[in-house]
Design a protein around this ligand. Sequence first.
Ligand SMILES: *Cc1c(COP(=O)(O)O)cnc(C)c1O
Length: 222
Amino acid sequence: MGAELESRLAGVREGIAGAASAAGRSADELTLIVVTKFHPASLVRELHGLGVTDVGENRHPEARDKVEATADLGLTWHFIGQLQTNKAKQVARYADAVHSIDRPELVSALSSETRTIDGFVQINLTADAGRGGTSDADLEAIVERVLDAPGIVLRGVMAVAPLDADPRAAFATVRRASERVQKLAPNAQALSMGMSHDYREAILEGATHLRIGTAITGNRPV
Ligand SMILES: *Cc1c(COP(=O)(O)O)cnc(C)c1O
């Protein structure tokens, strides 16, 4: 694994730097979140050895187990997957950021008087409500809920580009939604968007947090 992982990571870092420079942006303003779902904690440890600081997971309890197994590394953990309300309290105990906030019940469940997490409101760019994310019409309402919730600092918005659409256009839609959010929350400027196949387009549209899995880790084990 070692040398291949290192060269894939280097390739993605170069791709990020190239897209940032094409966009007239500094790569320093971008947070690379390496998505390690389905991979063992040993891979997270290797990534840390290669300078990775931010890791993403999409399922509880897989995420919890990896956080525990690598607690000595001081990593920043991003929960990026659809989250059931009954698991949210547990996730809020170990995640540093939750990117998939999309409904009022989830805000209440993540909210805490004793621990603070970063929050991103997920926007659904498809017509399929089952894909997670808030509808366009509900965006302001959910943002206001997060702003009122103790223990969640609203950082911005998150989205997954639909497979069948032009990613650049999809990310432009997210950027416009972010402008609406910033009217209510001027500091919530982060844009969590861009995956292995579309992170360049995301950077061109202003992404600040890239969630990249397979381009770095290789294919996920089944
Ligand atoms: C798995 C996943 C990613 C990473 O996907 P890759 O195509 O492997 O880069 C990013 N965001 C979310 C929400 C995911 O579930």
